[in-house]
Structure formats: structure tokens, C-alpha cells
Design a binder for this molecule. Sequence first.
Ligand code: KMH
Ligand code: ZN
Length: 273
Amino acid sequence: MITAAICGAEVTKEQNPAVPYTVEEIAREAKSAYDAGASVIHLHVRWDDGTPTQDKGRFQACASAILDLCPDVILQPSTGGAVGMTDAERLQSTELEPAPEFATLDCGTCNFGGDEIFVNSDNTVMNFARVMRDRGIKPELEVFDKGMIDIALKAERKGLLLHPLHFDFVLGVQMSATVRDLVFMAGSLPPGSTWTATGLGKHAWTIAAAAIAMGGHVRVGFEDNLYLEKGVLAKSNGEMVEKAVQLARLLGREIATPAEARRILSLAERQTN
Ligand code: KMH
Ligand code: ZN
């Protein structure tokens, strides 16, 4: 399964002019990723000036525009939003109609560089898990270090997470982006779990290759990395998905369609018309 994190909350057009802000740009980038082989779109939204927002109406507009172009893609709205947003602000992306089938759940607090702290107290994690369980949304458990796997398992013991669990290892924000760390994370999951790996910046491609070799799934996109290779800015998310597809094919892995990804994730089949 390839997830495309097409937009993020932090990256800007100054860093790469192809970073999408408007509804049309976000839909265009989702389509480029989908056409190249992404089955999941990890979605943040921005106002036209680039300011990150969790506004429900903006999410709804972007979700509709994406689904018009990619009717069967799996949308995965972010509930992380941007550093400094309140929990209530962040949870607006779980209120879309129809309810999203999948959304992120960040499993702990972490350093985001400089003075930035991405705050997810235990109460926040448990509350977000409860909201998603009650709304029938499968969480992708975003874990930025091993302790966050343990916090997720605490939520699972409380009955707030349903099996099978799906994790995304985000390497290179707080914990190092090394193959050793990735192997440790994958070996720390309960049986039956599935996982995706995300490497930040220059680590995107080594982590993608290692995840593919290990039998995991991969996330790429502007949220995490702006470069196709050293010194070469990616022109679209689609270019990055194409590179992940090439790596997978070289290593003998098939690319999941959205229907296959729904089976891997134990999501219900969706009617697309
Ligand atoms: N932008 C980060 C503060 C998520 O999408 O759930 C949070 C983030 C994680 O990107
Ligand atoms: Zn995100």
C-alpha cells in the first residue's frame, strides 16, 4: 500500500512551488498520486494563503474535490492538524459526511524542532481514540517513537482501539530514521498488526526501500519530503509515488489498489457511485 501525504501543515510553496494550498491544487495533487499508484491519501488542508486549518467546511470541500477525481481512493484526514491547534479544532476532520473510513491518531507528544512541541497528552490520545471508535473510523496510529506504540497499546487495553491495529512509523522527527530503528518498531507490534513507514526529508527513500523489503507499507509525499533525489525538487506527489512504485517493483512487491488496501486494512468495501 502506498499512502501519499500530499500537503501537510508545515511545508510551503517557498520551499517547493508544487505544494498545494487551494482546493483545486489539493485535488490535483491527490489525483497525481492516485494515478501513480497511491491507494491512500493522507489529507491536511490549508486556506488559499497556505495557513493550515482543520475547518470542517474546507475539509469537506477538499474531500469532495478529491473524490470527484479519484472516486475509490481511501481518504485519511489528519487529526493532527498543525502544532498549537486545540483538540476540538483538530477533531473537526472526523465530522465529515460521509464519515471518513480512516484517519490519523497521534499517539503521544513529541518535539517538532526548535521550540515547537506537538502536544498529545494521554487524555487527548484516549479521547481521540474514543471519538474515532464511536464514529466507526479506523485510526492509523501515528507513532514517532517506541513509547507511542506503548501508549496506543494502553488505549487498546481500555477497549478504545479495535483490532487489527494499523500503525505509521514516522521516522526522523523525534526518533532517528535508521533501518535499525524501523526493525525495532516493526518488532514491537502486537501480532496481526499492519504498518506503514514514513521517513522524513532525505530519509524518505531509504526508509521506503527498507519498509518494502521488510513487507511493510510506505508513505511518501510533500508533507514529509520535497525532493525526488538530492537537489531535485519533486514536481508533484505523483512523481514521488512513481518512485516508490519503482522501488517496490524492483523488490518484487505488487502495488495495492484501493480495494486491496481496504482488504489489507480490514475496511469495509465502499460504493463509489
Ligand atoms: N502536522 C503535525 C503537527 C497527523 O497528520 O496526524 C501533525 C501531523 C500528524 O502531521
Ligand atoms: Zn499529517
